[in-house]
Design a protein around this ligand. Sequence first.
Ligand code: AMP
Ligand code: MG
Length: 351
Amino acid sequence: MRSTLVLPIDPVTPDPAVIEEAAAVLRRGGLVAFPTETVYGLGANALDAGTVQRIFAAKGRPASDPLIVHLADCEGLPQVVAEAPQVAYTLAAHFWPGPLTLVLPRHPQVPLAVTAGGPTVAVRVPAHPVALALIRATGFPIAAPSANRFGHLSPTQAAHVLDDLEGRVDVILDGGPTPVGVESTVLSLVTPVPTILRPGGVSREALMAVLGEVQVAERLFSPEAPLPSPGVLTKHYAPRARLTLYCGPREAVLHAMREAAVQEIGRGQRVGLLLAEEDLPAFTGLQVVFQTVGMGVRLDEVARQLFTALRALDHANVTVILARDFGATGLGLAIRDRLTRAAAGSVINVK
Ligand code: AMP
Ligand code: MG
């Protein structure tokens, strides 16, 4: 067990001295957790196989789950990908820096540990001044998965990182809550048609506006389909409590959730509800723990608050979580994906 140093840092204009302190740790082969616009990442030198291994050890992550490589700009691409098609640069021009990860052929100098032994590498340029300053200061690409223990909820605050990884990471740069709140969209460019392997901060609609055709990996909608990407497990992003996700027309969903809450309370369960602000009146008089994630139409707010809300329900020691769906438009698809996986298959389609 090592001690973890938490360094506060301004998320807009990071202090170069603090960045340098963290960069020095990375150069020595250490691990640094840092904010990106999506969630906090657990970073190491992406070109050093030995230190990359330490990420897997710290997270308890299986070696079969590849890491995302973070660059300061798209000029860094030739360092990590063997060849980038023109469309990669087109997407970079539209969405980088930003929450879009591209899966491309791996450059031989990228350690196989990063790609889980595979021929492709996932790469992105994060839109966060702290992440960009850190990558620039080190001069090497940074491999960084989300800074949580494997299978736990991704951290959107430094305190979440500390909860999961205290003593397992050398430095945490605390730049406050992350603005997007869900992970990046993972888009494969090695398939005949660009394919979303994991929905995230860049919507399918935004990608279609640039690319025309975009597929969404089948697994997202059918649990029987093969895994689109090694790390995309059914049970992931899981709170401790048993979670059930309710999909369908809002009124019917709220009605079904209320009935389920009453039943669970009757069985002696401690019930938590994940809702939009405007849903609260449907549950008056119930002895439950409420966590709201903003107004339901503000999907950016819902995404930003989602993981914090789920962690708060865990901290409130609920035994059952009932969550409502927020549709499949825009960020709704990423929110549905995370809640579906937190539910580990317990999804109810209300008619
Ligand atoms: P995380 O950074 O924790 O959000 O995890 C990174 C995720 O990106 C992995 O779990 C995979 O789903 C995905 N990923 C990373 N590299 C690849 C790759 N080469 N091919 C497909 N998916 C990848
Ligand atoms: Mg993760």
